[in-house]
Write a protein that binds this ligand. Structure first.
Ligand code: THU
Length: 145
């Protein structure tokens, strides 16, 4: 755990600085996410809720989309930070979005800012069987030949 924590210290510092920007008046569940792209840049996001509830966007997607909007195309690692006692994993939608810009080896750090606990998993562990652009390359095969 010690090694993991020192590796993500920089990402954690950013998460601590931005989690207060979380716009979560409905759930009161604050999330911050920090992405390090393959070119070494770092982007952050927080969850942004909406009165319509369903239009809420998770912190991870805000961070990933910000990276992409800044020209990045490859995520090296991503941190998701919460104030819960235990770390929380990214939701399935965020894992799917991450899959577009990540590899099986991409590390996902889950951190509790209150207890200091950090869990790390590879994308392939959290989402072993993923739909990606590779699937789109397979042409539909007509049943009539
Ligand atoms: N949320 C995130 O931002 N990331 C996650 O990984 C899980 C959930 C947000 C969405 C919503 O604003 C709040 O947490 C409660 O679901």
């Amino acid at each position: 755990m010690e090694g993991i924590t020192s590796h993500v210290e920089g990402l954690l510092r950013i998460a601590r600085n931005v989690i207060g920007n979380s716009y979560s008046p409905y759930s009161r569940f604050k999330v911050a996410s920090v992405v390090r792209t393959s070119d070494g840049r770092v982007f952050h996001g927080v969850n942004v809720e909406n009165a319509s509830y369903g239009l809420t966007v998770c912190a991870e997607r805000v961070a990933i989309f910000t990276a992409v909007a800044n020209g990045a195309r490859s995520v090296e690692e991503i941190l998701v930070a919460t104030e819960t006692e235990e770390p929380v994993p990214p939701c399935g939608a965020c894992l799917q979005v991450l899959s577009e810009f990540a590899s099986s080896e991409t590390r996902i750090y889950m951190a509790s800012l209150s207890s200091g606990k950090v869990v790390v998993k590879k994308l392939s562990e959290l989402m072993p069987y993923r739909f990606t652009k590779k699937e789109l390359e397979q042409k539909a095969k007509s049943r009539n030949g």
